[in-house]
Ligand binder design. Structure first.
Ligand SMILES: Cc1ncc(COP(=O)(O)O)c(C=O)c1O
Length: 425
């Protein structure tokens, strides 16, 4: 198994395991493919929460992605990669005063505002700075959609302002002088694999944008149609096809652009852009049998890849996986449980997976792992810390994040002498 001509074994020797490996070509090509298929007026904003590594984002930016960020560090990451402030939006339900100030100071294109309370804060901060800060109202739609694996709207949620409340708010331009409300954002849900669901969402959002503009007397500088495009992880799932999405939404966007030629149109995407570009590489440490089942105990697991382990899911399903070691004698597939080093039975990456006979030193790759990996996992459990990350681009492998060493983790702890300790001196 190779990536851009490089053996995974070579990468494991050079950088150690467990290790995340990203294919820079896949990252760039995925954005280019999506942009080529979708309406030319629709801009793709990469959700850094999916994978905030600055070099991963830079590879996506090379394909034309802009930045959707949700924290101060994500904002700084986007800027460090060379993104112009007008190509950055900032969203998230609990923005701090410091984050809001950084948005205003940086001059980000828009703050996506999630409550009227937050809007008052933005108004105050923008007034203090003597500037107009563009704001998009995140709206929690009245109806939920089906077809998303995790629904973000259409029910009581901390995200956004209820559609009914926005429509009842009246003339917003009269009330907010420095918070320049000039558009809406709606994010219905994530892991959508059906193009027609994206079509239904988009129709709803574009229609809602026009209703809000009229009722609240705001300009429509921007409509952010969310996204949530998924990646196939489990048996029976199929990747969503950019061309199918285009077939559903391009005619809707075309009509909208006809009526609102100046409006900037945004789609947010994290998982779809980064997911398929990443492989989580684990080394097998021990093999054993327990009560008739085979176990390969590896050096990676829940602490780096909670999604593959399935914490929070009702049923354990396996991510796609492959033996990455190059050897001739693979034989017939056998049923293997691949587990990690944590002291919990939940630390089970693969259950009854068909794999060749495994042995210590083998490398196992969990595929489609480029999104919601280490930053969305309990990395400090058992104090293992962050794995190394490598980006392969132009046929060369580059370390883009070094693994946490024990010193990195211990440095943050403070030893306090207890009273009994002092007495015994
Ligand atoms: C508001 C918002 N935008 C974008 C994303 C990115 O979603 P995805 O990775 O499914 O594209 C999320 C994920 O939760 C989100 O909450």
């Amino acid at each position: 198994m190779r990536i851009q001509g490089i053996e995974y074994e070579e990468l494991a020797q050079r950088f150690g395991t467990p290790l995340y490996v990203y294919d820079g070509d896949v990252l760039t090509d995925t954005v280019t493919g999506l942009r080529d298929a979708l309406h030319p007026k629709l801009e793709i904003f990469y959700s850094l929460k999916a994978n905030p590594n600055v070099s991963v984002y830079a590879a996506l930016r090379a394909g034309g992605a802009r930045a959707e960020v949700s924290s101060l560090v994500e904002l700084r990451t986007a800027l460090q990669a060379g993104t112009a402030p007008e190509d950055i939006i900032f969203l998230g339900p609990g923005k701090s005063e410091c984050e809001l100030r950084a948005c205003v100071e940086t001059g980000v294109y828009a703050i996506v505002c999630e409550s009227f309370d937050e809007l008052d804060h933005i108004e105050r901060i923008a007034a203090q700075w003597g500037v107009y800060q563009r704001v998009l109202l995140r709206i929690n739609p009245t109806c939920a959609i089906s077809g998303s694996r995790l629904t973000m709207g259409g029910k009581p949620r901390q995200f956004g302002i209820d559609e009914a409340q926005v429509l009842a708010a009246g003339d917003l331009t009269a009330k907010y002088l420095h918070a320049d409300v000039a558009g809406i954002q709606v994010y219905m849900g994530t892991r959508i694999l059906d193009a027609d669901v994206v079509g239904k969402n988009t129709r709803y959002i574009l229609d809602l944008a026009e209703r809000v503009a009229e009722t609240c007397n705001i300009r429509l500088d921007t409509v952010d149609i969310g996204g949530g495009l998924g990646v196939a992880y489990f048996d029976g799932e199929q990747d969503i096809d950019a061309v199918d999405v285009a077939t559903e939404i391009n005619p809707l966007l075309d009509k909208f652009v006809g009526a609102h030629p100046e409006t900037r149109l945004i789609m947010e995407s994290g998982r779809f852009l980064a997911g398929r570009a990443g492989v989580y590489v684990m080394g097998v440490r021990y093999v054993k049998e327990s009560m008739g089942e085979r176990f390969a105990i590896a050096d990676g697991g829940t602490h780096h890849h909670m999604a593959a382990v399935g914490i929070g899911s009702f049923v354990k399903r396996n991510f796609p996986a492959a033996l990455l070691s190059s050897r001739e004698d693979v034989g017939e597939p056998e049923s293997w449980n691949v587990t990690g080093p944590l002291c919990t039975p939940n630390d089970s990456v693969l259950k009854h997976a068909d794999l060749p006979a495994l042995r210590p030193g083998d490398l196992i790759g969990i595929l489609n792992s480029g999104a919601y990996g280490p930053t969305a996992s309990p990395g400090l459990f058992l104090s293992h810390g962050y794995p190394a990350e490598v980006l392969v681009t132009g046929g060369e492998a580059h370390l883009v994040r070094r693994r946490d060493e024990p010193e990195d983790l211990l440095r943050h702890q403070i030893l306090v002498n207890t009273p009994s300790e002092r007495q015994s001196r």
